[in-house]
Design a protein. Structure first.
Length: 93
């Protein structure tokens, strides 16, 4: 699995190349749009990476946290169902 830093760096590299090309072509409106698009995509990507981290590395349990799936008898299929529900709720239309 690729690291968070590597994914964000790849996104930044793609946008920097397009942004520099727009600036060199003196396409100010295109450069502004790319800047906005980058910021939007970065936030969306960070949210997705946070979800990935939560699904692959559940938070460490403590006395004050909610019980784990094993403690409550929740099966893996229940967790997958929850993830699919989350996916449906967050799908862009």
């Amino acid at each position: 699995m690729r690291s968070r830093d590597r994914i964000i760096a790849s996104l930044e590299t793609l946008y920097r190349e397009a942004f520099e090309a727009a600036r060199q072509s003196e396409e100010d409106e295109r450069a502004r749009q790319l800047d906005f698009d980058f910021q939007r995509d970065q936030v969306q990507l960070e949210v997705l990476l946070d979800i990935r981290d939560l699904l692959t590395h559940p938070p460490a349990s403590s006395e004050s946290s909610t019980p784990s799936a094993a403690d409550t008898g929740t099966s893996m299929s229940d967790l997958i169902d929850k993830a699919q529900t989350l996916r449906k709720l967050t799908r862009f239309r």
